[in-house]
Every structure is written in C-alpha cells, then in structure tokens.
Design a protein around this ligand. Sequence first.
Ligand code: TPP
Ligand code: SF4
Ligand code: MG
Length: 312
Amino acid sequence: MAPETVKVGKYNIDATEYLAEGHTFCTGCGEALAIRLVCKALGENTIISMATGCDEVCTSPLPVTSWRLPWMHTLFENASAGISGMEAGLKAMMRKGKVPERDIKFVAMGGDGGTSDIGLQSLSGALERGHDFLYVCWDNEAYMNTGIQRSSATPYGAATTTAPAGKLSMGQNTQKKNMVEICAAHDIPYVATACPSYPFDLMNKIKKGSEVKGPAYVHVLTPCPTGWRTPSNFTIEIGKLAVETGIFPLYEIENGRYRLNVTPTKLKPVEQYLKAQGRFRHLSPGELEKIQKDVDEGYAKLKEKVACFPAT
Ligand SMILES: Cc1ncc(C[n+]2csc(CCOP(=O)(O)OP(=O)(O)O)c2C)c(N)n1
Ligand code: SF4
Ligand SMILES: [Mg+2]
C-alpha cells in the first residue's frame, strides 16, 4: 500500500513521521530536522545501521526508541560494515526464497566523527566492495554528543573543547577533510552534499542516492545550535548562509559528472556566516581574510570541475 502523502507545493511528501516524538535532540537541532526529512524521502522499506552520535544517543535511550523504521545501533566505527552484512545477507536470503523479494533501501548513517575519522575504513571498504547502499553523514562539524570535541571535519578557525580559542590558540588549525571527494574517488555512482535548509534538494538527493544501483554517499551539513553557539531559531538561516557564502556548496557527482544545485549570482562574504556563530567569534581580521581566500579558491576549483565534467 502506498504511504499517505501531504502536498507541499508541487511535492508529495510522505506524511509518516518515522522519527517519533519524545526524542532528546536539542531545540533547533539541524540533525533532527534532517533525519525527519531523510526518512520521509526513504520511506517505509528501509533498514538503517547507525553509528554512535547525537543521531543515536538522542533517539534510543534504553528502554525506549524513537525509530519507526527497522534500525540497528552499531559501534562508532562500523555502521558501513553493519549495513554491508545486512544487504548481503538479506539479498542472499531473497535469492534462496527464504524471505520475499522486496526492494529494500539499505542505509548507514553516522556523524562527521563516525564518518570522517573512526568509521572511514569501514565506509571505504563498503564503497569499494560495491554494496548497494546509501551512506548519510550528519556533519555538525565536531564530536557533539560527547562535548564538542574537534573532528577532522571541524573547519579551520572553529573553537571546540579540544581546539579551544585563547591566547595560545586560534581554535582548529587544520582544514576540513573533504569527505565528498574521498567518496567520489571510489568511483561510486552517486555522491552529493545537502543541507536541511534546502529540504526539497535534500530529499531529492536522498531519493536519487537510495535508488541508484551500488553505493551512494550524501554529506549533509546539519547546523548545531549547541556546538556552533547559534540561537536555536537560526538553524535554517545559518544553513542557507553556508551555501550562499560558498563555504558549503550544494552539488552532486553522478557517475563522475558534476552539477552545482544552488548557484548564487554573487557569493555573500564568508564573514556573514562566521560572525553569526560563537565558535568563530574570536577570529582576527587576518584569519577572516585567509578563510575568505580559501573559500574563493575552493569554490573556483569546484566550478572548474563542473565546467570540465558537467553532468548531463
Ligand atoms: C571507539 C569509541 N571511541 C569513542 C566513543 C565515544 N563516542 C561516542 S559518539 C562520539 C562522538 C561522535 O561524534 P560524531 O560522529 O561527529 O557525532 P555527533 O555526536 O556529533 O552527532 C564519541 C567520541 C565510542 N563510542 N567508541
Ligand atoms: S549537540 Fe548539536 S547535533 Fe547534537 S542534539 Fe544538540 S544541537 Fe543537535
Ligand atoms: Mg559530529
């Protein structure tokens, strides 16, 4: 039976809330919003393997759960290994006629720490083996549920509890790891960036990624009021600013071909994005200038890739 839908503009959205009320995400959490939207795009025939992170901690405190989809908590490091086993096992059982043939969406989810640090080897292995699954990374740019520690996805200049800003340090002094290009380098059919501030773009990408044959990866920027030190009613705005300043462009790579999905005629100064967040409040004019230069270079490089290898 087709799920009940609600019409929003020209879109028919699954009316079911797969993430039940009563979860413990902070007020205004971008990750909670993204999870709701992503699950609506995936629909009921979905199995999720999830690394430890805010996504898991806030949804499954024993003895209760907010999940209305089949869901398994793996370790911090092996969400992709977990989904690989489920995909291979269930497909083998279908081939043997032990369970009915059905189009199941196999999905692994993890935070930026669980993806770009500790889960990277298991993700790389699953992409390389070609499992038919979608990986979704919730990137709030630090280890948030354990107290805002830096990860390799924390951007240059951000203050965290393990890269604090003060007299001797300006916060994170390394560049954000580029997970999108790392996944694309595995030559998988679909890779994309997304943000819940652009809900239809996010849901379209999740649908695409879950429908391609083979591995897909969607990297979702999920604003975190607690760690970014932003007001809880500013989540949508700050996500938009990330895209409009070019610090987090929305793009997709289909079979190695690039497409920019949101193309502002003129990028806003990155300072507008940085100054709106407490974690960047300490940055000097020189540091702001350096970040602007890095963003300009990164964006120009991305546009060159779009020009050289355009998606049709
Ligand atoms: C092997 C191991 N080391 C450390 C931890 C503790 N731990 C659990 S979640 C987490 C941070 C998760 O960060 P991230 O993946 O970015 O998710 P977020 O909480 O930010 O959503 C840490 C350090 C653990 N569970 N297992
Ligand atoms: S710490 Fe951040 S990501 Fe985690 S629940 Fe709170 S707002 Fe969401
Ligand atoms: Mg995180």
